[in-house]
Design a protein around this ligand. Structure first.
Ligand code: ATP
Length: 248
């Protein structure tokens, strides 16, 4: 469904993604695991198209040159040059690292903003789904984004992304900085989203352990390159992966 082939991204002369080939299957959860600076956000920005905007902004500001090469396709169509807004319309929705909520807007406003691509019926149904998924948000509807805990913010960020009616949801480090309990709640929710909405999910994380049980297939990124890949079981049985990502 979403596929990258020979994807390369340079920030000026620094190679941030090196010949990446990844494939996110229909109706499944794909993981991308890698340490700090491995290139996870660069990959998410490239897939969602935000990288084209970042590149444009840098160019206008006379900043560093960002170069993107390779092939990106979504449901068989070439999307390499497609603007991020059109990728969103096609169903590629990014839930960015560090949530990026509108801090001065309430939870409901944040969710509704996400629904700008949805019909009224879709927005109503998705809102119901989000509240079932995260019952904790029910009593926080009128709270400002800036006054939520990290975990609550992440729930709103995922809810907001769902409101945009994704075909594929890109979750960039959703567990970052959260307690193990909150991580478990979110991982369960991500699985429920995939199961009930039948969408595809690509999730990146620094630590594989909390997310590993729900991924169907995963890639390990190191210094911008995918150094390993496989099904959950294949990677679980790999001693290198075990020692590097599970500490066993
Ligand atoms: P983290 O877990 O810290 O978020 P990451 O895996 O998401 O890391 P990226 O943010 O994609 O990694 O960064 C990959 C590399 O590219 C890093 O070395 C980073 O410093 C560099 N980089 C990212 N954004 C830019 C930019 N706008 N300009 C220059 N270098 C950048």
């Amino acid at each position: 469904m979403l596929k990258a082939v020979d994807l390369m991204v340079f920030y000026e002369n620094m190679l941030a993604l090196n010949n990446i080939e990844i494939h996110c299957g229909q109706n499944s959860i794909t993981g991308v695991f890698g340490a700090n600076s491995a290139g996870k956000s660069t990959l998410m920005y490239s897939l969602s198209g935000i990288m084209l905007d970042i590149r444009k902004k840098e160019k206008m500001a006379g900043g560093e040159r960002i170069t993107l090469t390779g092939k990106l396709s979504f449901q068989g169509k070439d999307i390499m040059d497609l603007k991020p807004s059109l990728r969103a319309r096609a169903g590629i929705i990014l839930c960015p690292e560090r949530r990026r909520l509108f801090k001065e807007s309430t939870v409901m406003e944040n969710l509704r903003i996400g629904g700008y691509l949805a019909t009224k019926t879709q927005a109503r149904q998705t809102l119901e789904f989000v509240m079932e998924l995260f019952p904790a948000l029910k009593r926080l509807k009128n709270r400002l984004g800036g006054f939520l805990s990290g975990g609550e913010q992440q729930m709103v960020a995922i809810g907001r992304a769902l409101m945009a009616q994704p075909e594929i949801l890109l979750l960039d480090e959703p567990l970052l900085g959260l307690s193990p309990l909150m991580q478990a709640t979110l991982v369960k929710a991500v699985k429920a989203i995939q199961k009930e909405s039948k969408i595809s999910i690509l999730v990146s994380e620094q630590y594989a352990r909390p997310v590993f049980p729900i991924v169907d297939y995963a890639y390990i990124l190191e210094n911008g390159a995918a150094v390993m890949e496989g099904t959950r079981d294949e990677l679980m049985d790999n001693p290198d992966v075990k020692s590097a990502y599970f500490g066993v």
